[in-house]
Design a protein around this ligand. Structure first.
Ligand SMILES: [Zn+2]
Length: 145
């Protein structure tokens, strides 16, 4: 077991007993016995720790989920260069993989739909056979409809 963990646990237990002892002495001067106050204080602290702990774990989970969503959102956005289907003018448009994409041509104001096509390649293919000329790449990977 981890030494730091044992140390922290011992300190926590020590503090809990100390607080319970103080409440035991203080409470028993008013009403009841030392041990009555002692055990009730320990119980209250224990329940308090449980509540705080589960709250912290929940908060931690929520933050992690939020961070994962933001990362996914960033990964899903790309900018690509496409020719307008109406006037062949080049347009740079953001696309997202998880939704339907359209863009309005800057030159003729027509709304274009974007259809995406993906293809699988074998990893052993010679590089020359999968190389796509830069100018034609969008007509193979991204088609404007
Ligand atoms: Zn256009």
């Amino acid at each position: 077991m981890n030494k730091t963990f044992i140390l922290i646990t011992l300190i926590s237990v020590g503090l809990t007993c100390l607080i319970s002892t103080l409440f035991g002495f203080a409470g028993s001067t008013i009403i009841g016995t030392f041990w009555g106050w002692f055990w009730i204080t320990i119980l209250i602290q224990f329940i308090g720790f449980l509540i705080i702990n589960s709250y912290l774990i929940q908060k931690d989970n929520l933050q992690r989920q939020q961070a994962e969503l933001e990362t996914l959102d960033k990964l899903a956005k790309f900018s690509i260069k496409l020719t307008c289907a109406y006037c062949q003018q080049y347009n740079v448009t953001p696309i997202q993989l998880n939704q339907k994409n359209t863009f309005k041509c800057e030159s003729c104001n027509q709304v274009n739909g974007i259809s995406m096509q993906f293809m699988a390649t074998t990893l052993t293919s010679p590089i020359e056979s999968v190389k796509i000329p830069v100018e034609k790449s969008e007509s193979i990977e991204f088609k404007v409809t």
